[in-house]
Structures are given as C-alpha cells and as structure tokens.
Design a binder for this molecule. Structure first.
Ligand code: GLN
Length: 423
C-alpha cells in the first residue's frame, strides 16, 4: 500500500484523460479484433533498413550517444533527399535536426518558441498529440475547422473537399498568436493541401508574423493522380518561417523506432534544437543508421514509388468494401486512413457499453461496437476535436490500412457482417 497518497501531479498532466490509443489498442487485443485502429504496420521495414539496424548494433560506436543534431550519415542522407524536395541546397549542419520521432520534434518546436499564453492555431480535426504538446509548453491551442461538404453523408467524397475557410482562420488570430500548425497529408482526413491553399495560409502567417509548423510525416505517401507533394516551405518566401516535420517510422514501416526530423531555416531550427538537447539530448543511434540506409536507398531506387503502389492497392481493398456496403467515406489523397461515415449503421438498442465510454463522443460507442461485435477495430475521430466540437465527429470512424493485404482482406470479410445493421 502506498504511503504517498497526498502527492499531487503537476497541473500540466493532471487533467489528461485516457487517450484513444490506450483504450482501443488493448480492446482490439482483448477481443481478438483485427486492429485497423492505431496506425502502425503489421509488416516489416524494407529489408535494407531492417538489416542496417541489425548491422549497426555490431558497430561499437553506433551504440553510443549520437551528435545531438543527429548522426552525420542520416543528416547527409536527409540533405541529399530533401534538397530535391525543398528545391534548395539544405545544410545538414544547421537546417536539419534529427528528433526522437516526429512527435518529439514538434514538442521541441513548441518548447523552443512558446511562452505562457501564446496561441497556436490548430485545424480540427487535429492529430491528438499536438494539444498536450502545446499546453505542456504553456501554449494555448486555438481551433479552426476543416469542413466536409454538406452532402458528405450521402456520397463518397475526396479528402480535397474538406476545406479551411480562410476568413474563419483570420478571425482566430489575436496579438497572442505565435504559430499555425498544418498537417498534410492530413491525419485523419487524408487531405493533401494544394499550393493555393498553402499560399493562402502562408499569407496569413506573413501578415501576422507567425511560425508555420508543417507536420508532413506522411510526405512520401500520396496517391495518383497526385504526382508531387506540395510543401508550404517551397511557396514564395515561406521557407523563412516554416519548420517541416518528417518521420522515419512512417517512411519505412518502423513507427517504434522514434526517428524523425525537422527541416527549416537555421534561425528557427536552432531554438527547437536548444529545447530538444534538454529533453532527449540525442536520438537512438542504431535506428538513425538504419533510417539513413533507407533514405540512401531511396536515392537510387524507387523505394517510395513502390510503397505508393502498394498502399494504393491497400486503400482500394477497403474502399471497395465500403462501396459495396454503400457507406460513404472520404477517399484520402495521402496517408493511410479511411474516414467512413457511419450514420447509416444501427447499433442494436440492447447492446451494452462500458462505463469508460460515458464521457466520450458518440463515435466512441460506434467504434467500440465495431471492435467488439464486428471484430474490426477503428478509431473514433472525436479524439481529434476539442470537446465542444465532438458532435462534428459523431458520424465518423477511422480505419487504418497500413496492414498486409491479407489482414485487410480478413477485415473486409468481417465488415461484410455490417450489411444486417445498415438502414
Ligand atoms: N499516428 C498514428 C495514428 O494516428 C499513431 C498515433 C499514436 O499512437 N500516438 O494512428
């Protein structure tokens, strides 16, 4: 028995409720559901990457601290690859920072720039980690919605039809606004912002001297007919105020390795670096070597194009099923999530839900039922909205398709049982 009952946690963490991942990932395990919830792969990283990780363990020096900015091999590989992407010669010494996953890179950026009360514009839905990353660093998230078209419940829409109202964005700016977060390809919508949209956001940032933090962790995964990924940092002079975020885990099916990066001008990167040095000091060394091997390989071979082809097929396995069920969804232009409109599904009235779902959005109940009764786990997207906006997500469930074709086919077989419940 503890004798320390009176010890209170810090206010910055005391209000956190159980996050969606720690509810649905264990639930999927417990119920033996096929887990299309949390976005992680059930297949191995490319052999060249996996082997490089194993080889790195055998090199004494690769088991020790890395340079706090990231290992030279990885920063050089990133510079070679991303100089093409950013249409400028990147300096691996000052313009690239290797981080302990994209998430820690974003945390370090907030830590490096936010003072108490500074406001950060986040588009709703947002990737859930942004919010605690902002508040733990004294900042205040301010929300602006991405809205689907009004007939989204009646037809399949493109993720491109979810739009940001620029006037609404402008109306959220105050003297406290410091930063705006962009997420493209977007989780959970799959939207890839086009150049005009990015330029319009950029104009607002310029007008109010805001930093743009562009979360581009799915930058290597966008679907035809898109053949290029537009980057906000490449537009006009926006490089000067933009930090772009990348992910080794997403790029090489290694989400547990926690290797990500920030790319941006020295005058911004140096403050994120200052914060990160005091959080993790440096990043996992052998996995940096392995991610470097992957990036190097991508300079020689169509590694990412092959991945796009594979994921295009995976996306179609799920989309065909929902077409067949006549359940409308958002067809993503990028990333690996399918947002399905569940309003036609009727959960039997006598189905019982656990207490833990009481203070949650209605979509939690739908995803719980899908997991427990249909045997396929999906994520309720109200987790990606502020509480007052949970109803905006009530009719959606997010299915991740970063799984083997075989597992996706098995999920399809189970989801066919939905037919009986569709009104
Ligand atoms: N990015 C992944 C997702 O959205 C995993 C998130 C997490 O586990 N924090 O599913």
């Amino acid at each position: 028995m503890t004798t320390a009952k009176q010890i209170k946690p810090a206010e910055r963490v005391s209000h956190f409720s159980r996050d969606v991942w720690s509810i649905f990932t264990p639930l999927a395990l417990e119920t033996k559901a096929i887990n299309l919830g949390q976005g992680y792969m059930n297949f191995a990283p490319p052999a060249i990457v996996q082997n490089a990780a194993k080889e790195a363990i055998d090199v004494i020096e690769a088991n020790q601290y890395s340079h706090p900015r990231g290992r030279a091999r990885l920063r050089n590989a990133l510079a070679a690859s991303y100089s093409q992407q950013f249409e400028r010669q990147l300096d691996p010494e000052t313009e690239i920072l290797v981080t302990a996953g994209a998430n820690e890179g974003m945390f370090a950026t907030f830590a490096g720039f936010l003072d108490k009360g500074d406001e950060v514009i986040c588009m709703e839905p947002f990737f859930d980690q942004y919010i605690p990353n902002i508040t733990m660093n004294g900042g205040k998230p301010v929300y602006v919605p991405l809205r689907p078209p009004t007939d989204a419940a009646d037809r399949v829409i493109s993720s491109h039809e979810w739009t940001l109202d620029i006037d609404e964005l402008k109306s959220k700016i105050t003297s406290k606004t410091k930063m705006i977060v962009i997420n493209t390809p977007h989780n959970p919508i799959g939207k890839v912002f086009d150049e005009d949209e990015l330029r319009a956001i950029g104009r607002v940032a310029e007008e109010h001297n805001l930093i743009i933090l562009s979360d581009e962790v799915y930058d290597r995964l966008y679907y035809p007919p898109l053949n290029k990924f537009p980057r906000v940092a490449n537009i006009d002079n926006l490089w000067e105020r933009t930090i772009s975020v990348g992910s080794g885990g997403k790029s090489f099916a290694a989400t547990g390795w926690r290797v990500g990066w920030l790319i941006g001008p020295e005058h911004l990167i140096k403050h994120a670096f200052a914060a990160q040095t005091r959080v993790v000091f440096c990043v996992n060394s052998p996995c940096q070597e392995a991610v470097a091997a992957g990036i190097e390989a991508s300079l020689e071979k169509p590694v990412f194009q092959d991945q796009i082809d594979q994921y295009t097929h995976k996306r179609s396995i799920l989309s065909k099923l929902f077409d067949e069920l006549k359940l409308p969804y958002t067809l993503p232009e990028g990333a690996y999530y399918l947002l399905v409109n569940t309003s036609k599904i009727q959960i039997p009235k006598d189905f019982e839900f656990p207490e833990i779902l009481e203070d949650r959005g209605d979509d939690f109940k739908m995803c719980y039922w899908l997991t427990k009764h249909i045997g396929v786990c999906a994520i309720p997207p109200s987790e990606f909205y502020a509480k007052e906006h949970w109803p905006m997500a009530a009719d959606f469930a997010r299915f991740a398709f970063c799984k083997t074709d075989e597992v996706l086919e098995q999920a399809v077989e189970r989801l066919k049982a939905l037919k009986t419940y569709i009104a």
